[in-house]
Design a protein around this ligand. Structure first.
Ligand code: ATP
Length: 199
């Protein structure tokens, strides 16, 4: 599986529709300071389901919509489409090419599509979650993040490794299941007490 292309339309500094095509192997994005290199990575994180404005280097989610410049009016919506080559079947969907689209309007409304069909954010997150490129995976290493990892306490570093290895997802599921089990145990105790009272 590899990323084939990324199309940005009204996303941050990319007011006009812009498509970046990626070949297999390493891609470098080169440009002067402030020209939008990091915005490309933000678009990638956003289309894969990022929900935190801070992770997208903004104050609020609407900050991803083109805010206008001296010569150009602000836009009403941002749209990003990521196309992935799935000929190896890494994504659990019956298509050799998968396009994921995320759209957001100024009133906060959002739309999501998989291969042009409307879907929920959850569908995108689930599609990507077992492929290693999901939202919770550390596939995007931001500026300064490497230093954070090197300076992290051993237990924090372990959390990074667990997340990258996909263990964290199962740990969270286990914690949720244990909480449910506790609640069930409490219900059972209450039921036993009530039965005893009724006898
Ligand atoms: P550096 O090399 O300094 O890290 P960069 O190439 O990574 O820079 P970015 O941080 O991607 O640059 O882009 C910053 C530019 O994007 C700024 O000029 C900023 O004004 C512009 N920008 C960010 N959000 C928006 C928005 N919503 N609307 C319009 N422009 C935006």
């Amino acid at each position: 599986m590899h990323l084939k292309s990324l199309t940005l339309k009204g996303f941050k500094s990319f007011a006009s529709s812009t498509t970046l095509r990626f070949e297999p192997g390493i891609t470098c994005v080169v440009g002067p300071n402030g020209s939008g290199k990091s915005n490309v990575l933000d678009a990638l994180a956003w289309v894969m389901g990022e929900q935190g404005a801070k992770a997208l280097r903004g104050g609020k989610m609407e900050d991803v919509i083109f805010a206008g410049t001296a010569g150009r009016q602000p836009l009403g919506r941002a749209e990003v489409t990521l196309t992935v080559d799935n000929s190896d079947g890494a994504l659990p969907i019956d298509y050799t090419e998968v396009s994921i689209t995320r759209r957001m309007f100024r009133d906060g409304a959002s739309e999501y599509e998989i291969n042009g069909n409307s879907c929920r954010l959850l569908d995108i997150q689930e599609l990507l979650s077992d492929s290693g490129i999901g939202r919770e995976m550390h596939v995007i290493v931001g500026q300064g993040q490497l230093a954070d990892i090197l300076q992290a306490k051993p237990e924090e570093r372990r959390a990074f490794v667990e997340e990258a290895a996909g263990v964290l997802k199962h740990r969270k599921r286990k914690e949720k299941a244990l909480r449910k089990l506790d609640a069930m145990q409490a219900n059972l105790t209450r039921l036993t007490d009530l039965t005893a009272e009724l006898r």
